[in-house]
Design a protein around this ligand. Structure first.
Ligand code: CMP
Length: 141
């Protein structure tokens, strides 16, 4: 079914100047970018976005990293968008990511892992609403 997922190009990938290469992978897989913007997350925005990880030991480092530079956030739409995007990204830890995935090709560490992608349609809906108003989303036929 046609589905939406939420994606972040993280500060490491923006710094490496590979936003376009990552967007190209989305598009080549058939996903459409139906909303996008660049922003530098505040501490509060990053903590709120990752609230489910608040108790994890990596939370402070995660928030520090995600506020260390600008990110690009986008909504991707297409067949099985959540799973398709997770396939494109590869494993969370780039050392475990399959060859040819975004994280294997562009990421260096589990924090600086180039991209975030929603893990389920329910989290996608929540994450999309966290960053985008309905009016900022431009679905196409
Ligand atoms: P992301 O998909 O953005 O969701 C949470 C992030 O926490 C994850 O990607 C990683 O970048 C980061 N992280 C750091 N350490 C861990 C860990 N041990 N397990 C899962 N995620 C981690």
């Amino acid at each position: 079914a046609t589905e939406r997922t939420f994606s972040i190009v993280k500060p490491d990938a923006v710094a490496k100047n590979v936003i376009g290469e990552i967007y190209s992978r989305f598009e080549k897989s058939g996903l459409r970018i139906i909303a996008a913007k660049m922003l530098h997350l505040t501490q509060e925005q990053a903590e709120g976005f990752y609230a489910e990880h608040k108790e994890r030991p990596f939370f402070p480092d995660l928030v520090a990293f995600m506020t260390s530079g600008p990110v690009v956030v986008q909504v991707l739409e297409g067949e099985n968008a959540v799973a398709k995007n997770r396939e494109l990204m590869g494993a969370t830890n780039p050392k475990e990511a399959e060859k040819g995935t975004i994280r294997a090709d562009f990421a260096q560490s589990i924090d600086a892992n180039a991209v975030h992608g929603s893990d389920a349609p329910e989290s996608a809906a929540r994450e999309i609403a966290y960053f985008f108003d309905d009016k900022e989303i431009c679905p196409r036929g």
